[in-house]
Design a protein around this ligand. Structure first.
Ligand code: GLA
Length: 396
């Protein structure tokens, strides 16, 4: 994302920015893919996401009034709101900005108005967390284009609260955490109960992380997502009636689940089994990566997909087709849907020399199977949200 070009676009929209270009700020927040640990975050489990080299940037001029006005660079669409009268959700993208402002104010973080222009190279609705990227970029913009006066984990939780309570999506913490705290060259292991986390470096000279956008937008996403979350809570409550120490699915071991399975509703058992086994797979993947065993990590990714397809039931024919195509390519170590599911993207862990083969096989086979055009690209694990620059004074 070219910060200077975006700052110039801001000057075109807001000529008064030209008189003092040193006041212009540019902030950036990345999207994410999740290597493994799907639908575990809201069950107090483990996740292993990474921030990617695609995201959302905002060039802004901080103002001293209470007005937030934001224009989309791509379409020219403009929306805004007053910080002292944050509007209820409207169903549009501005909700994520307003929700972040609301949650920051609720956490007593200073916020100020701005005039901004937003550019994104993150496909929207593709499951790469354009929402979390928008929230984190907004948080930096609402802080006047400065580092917010809190630590990154707190900021991620504030952004999550905005999405939960203002936008109305009961998401977990993974996406905001990844966008806020990404690290160059590494995935991030997060324990969603204790919030302990650490970087897990990836052997990127040996393997690539290849994302394929299925081209099928996520269907039913918010309602089906919230429904899965409710089913997990119901499963945990049912298990807790027989195992009183259980507070969430995080506390359930495979043996415990086997012991109570006969008395559980079969659908709830499937949901619980996915979460319980997925938590185990995250820790096994981290151990495999730490040991340099990429083949095992790949196998675990593919097992995760099978579980999301058969037990958690959030895959789609398109995502299954992409995973099947990838798994048949020599040098692909494993593949799975990434994010909430119901459409969106897959990721594959691929030996470097096989990236071209995977791209070719996908472009050749997938359109014939689905009638859709895929987009295949490699992503690089990238740093989290940042103030990119105070735009250069040469702009004027
Ligand atoms: C979405 C949510 C995350 C997480 C994933 C599924 O991306 O925003 O919190 O629950 O789905 O793993």
């Amino acid at each position: 994302m070219d910060a200077d070009r975006l700052a110039s676009a801001l000057i075109t929209l807001e000529p008064r920015a030209a008189s003092d270009p040193a006041r212009i700020r540019v902030v950036h927040a990345p999207g994410r893919v999740n290597l493994i640990g799907e639908h575990t975050d809201y069950n107090e489990g483990f996740v292993l996401p990474l921030a990617i080299d695609l995201g959302i940037s905002i060039a802004l001029l901080p103002t001293d009034d209470q007005r937030v006005t934001l224009t989309l660079d791509l379409t020219g669409e403009t929306d805004g709101f007053d910080l002292d009268r944050i509007p209820p959700r409207s169903g549009g993208w501005i909700d994520y900005v307003a929700g972040t402002a609301w949650a920051m104010a609720a956490a007593d973080l200073p916020v100020r108005g701005f005039r901004g222009v937003l550019a994104s190279d993150l496909p929207q609705g593709a499951g790469l967390s354009s929402s979390a990227a928008l929230e984190l970029a907004s948080a930096l913009a609402l802080s006047g284009g400065e580092e917010p006066a809190t630590d990154r984990m707190t900021l991620a939780r504030i952004a999550q609260r905005g999405e939960n309570e203002h936008v109305g999506v009961a998401c977990g913490l993974m996406d905001q955490f990844a966008s806020a705290m990404g690290e160059d060259g590494a995935a991030l292991l997060l324990d969603c109960r204790t919030l302990a986390h650490r970087a897990v470096p990836l052997p990127l000279d040996e393997v690539a992380i290849v994302v394929t956008d299925s081209g099928s937008t996520r269907r039913l996403d918010h309602s089906a997502y919230n429904e899965r979350r409710a089913q997990c809570d119901a499963a945990a409550a049912a298990i807790a009636r027989q195992q009183p120490a259980v507070r969430s699915l995080r506390d359930v071991t495979p043996a415990m689940l086997d012991a109570v399975a006969a008395r559980l509703d079969p659908l709830l058992e499937r949901r619980a089994r996915h979460v319980v086994e997925e938590n185990g797979r995250v820790l096994e993947t981290v151990a495999a990566l730490d040991a340099g065993n990429v083949a095992t990590a790949g196998r675990l990714l593919s097992e995760s997909h099978a579980s999301l397809r058969d037990l958690f039931e959030v895959s789609s024919p398109e995502l299954d087709a992409l995973v099947e195509i990838a798994e048949a390519v020599p040098g692909v170590l494993g593949a799975r849907l990434t994010g909430a599911g119901f459409g969106g993207c897959t990721i594959a862990l691929v030996r470097r020399e096989a990236v071209g083969r995977l791209t070719g096989a996908t472009m050749e086979t997938y359109p014939a199977r689905t009638g859709l055009t895929p987009r295949v690209f490699e992503v690089r694990p990238s740093p989290g949200a940042s103030v990119v620059t105070a735009a250069r004074t040469t702009l004027s």
